[in-house]
Design a protein around this ligand. Structure first.
Ligand code: PMP
Length: 361
């Protein structure tokens, strides 16, 4: 079967080598005589798979020893609630920087459990830029400062981390840019990410949290929503999403084989530059996002004549370039260029875009 170039924002394309390995091991993992899907999560085989995945992730991100790595369920959306419930006591203030749709959702959920101060809001920039750090209105006593390093829908990414602005620990929703470049985990109190973009299939959520922040800071949280529960049980307090965890582990090994996150950053930079250059040199396509805030993972663009959107998507599909439709809230197009998207895929996209412009422009 020929594979398409899949620009979906998530669930997203996965490395072909990972899928091939999973296929080769599907009915029997090593000498276990069974599929990973059939194993007890507490048995020796899965225990090994789980531990290796954690070790490899720690190696890739150089996670310091005083951070717990949790493999959870519930998606990044559940983290909108778990972060505030575990890190803030009732009545505490929490700071949020909002640079797009996901940040807004995080605020809406946190507002149910704490006093949310929106320290910065990209509304004045139509969510196409990040408010300058010196305009942020931070609280003196916030339990944490939450931000979204990459807004998946708007395609807005921080190129500088807001470190040192606040005394409070940084909490970051890294769903759509984790593992795309090196980061200094020690700059953060807590990092979370849904898996279905740069980690593996959906159903798994990664949390990296500094141990002194594990909490909880209030007593009325369900057991399964306490980080402490999962940290104490090695994320096996109940049955974890074993197959997704295994696929994440294969992805971590694939990332190591590519040269780690510094190599991924170079590859991702080149892919993004290729696509933005094609957009910028044409008057037929444009990108609404300010250059200094452009995402390397999600590239939104519009056609000068939106009447051609349907034809663009249809013809792209025929050329094997799929899932380019922009999010329903913003329209236009969006190409997601996660780690598993190849330069070849991006080259095919820009070639198609130039052809389409010649024909229809
Ligand atoms: N935050 C960001 C930045 C996202 O991109 C997404 C999903 N697209 C979410 C949160 C929600 O993730 P989930 O569907 O895993 O709950």
């Amino acid at each position: 079967m020929t594979r398409v170039f899949n620009f979906s924002a998530g669930p997203a394309t996965m490395p072909q080598a990972v899928l091939a390995q999973a296929q080769s091991e599907l009915t029997g993992w090593r000498d276990s005589g069974m599929s990973v899907m059939e194993m007890s999560h507490r048995g020796e085989h899965f225990t090994q798979i789980a531990a290796e995945a954690e070790q490899d992730l720690r190696q890739l991100l150089s996670v310091p020893d005083n951070y717990s790595v949790l493999f959870l369920q519930g998606g990044a959306t559940l983290q909108f609630a778990m972060t505030v419930l575990n890190l803030a006591a009732p009545g505490d203030s929490v700071d949020y920087a909002v640079t797009g749709s996901w940040g807004k959702k995080a605020v809406a959920e946190a507002s149910r459990f704490a006093n949310v101060n929106v320290a910065a809001d990209g509304a004045a920039y139509k969510y196409c830029d990040i408010p300058p750090f010196d305009t942020w209105q931070l609280s003196n006593d916030a339990a944490y400062l939450h931000f979204t390093p990459n807004e998946t829908i708007g395609g807005v990414e921080y190129h500088t981390t807001p470190i040192g602005l606040s005394r409070a620990p940084l909490v970051a929703d890294f769903s759509s840019s984790i593992l795309s470049r090196p980061i200094n985990v020690a700059d953060y109190g807590l990092i979370y990410a849904g898996a279905q973009k740069n980690i593996g299939p959906s159903g798994l959520t990664l949390v990296i949290v500094r141990e002194d922040l594990l909490g909880p800071r209030r007593g009325d949280i369900p057991t399964m929503m306490q980080y402490q529960t999962h940290a104490a049980a090695g994320s096996m307090s109940n049955t974890p999403p074993t197959f997704a965890w295994y696929l994440a582990g294969l992805t971590f090994k694939w990332l190591q084989s590519q040269g780690g996150l510094a190599a991924m950053a170079r590859i991702n930079q080149k892919k993004a530059e290729t696509l933005y250059a094609a957009i910028d040199q044409s008057s037929f396509y444009s990108c609404p996002v300010a250059r200094q805030a452009r995402s390397r993972m999600n590239v939104p663009f519009v056609l000068a004549d939106s009447g051609l959107d349907k034809a663009f998507l249809e013809q792209a599909g025929e050329a094997g370039l799929v899932s380019l439709k922009g999010h329903r809230s913003v329209g236009g197009m969006r190409a997601s260029l996660y780690n598993a998207m190849t330069q070849e895929g991006v080259d095919a996209l820009v070639t198609f875009m130039a052809d389409f412009e010649r024909r229809e422009g």
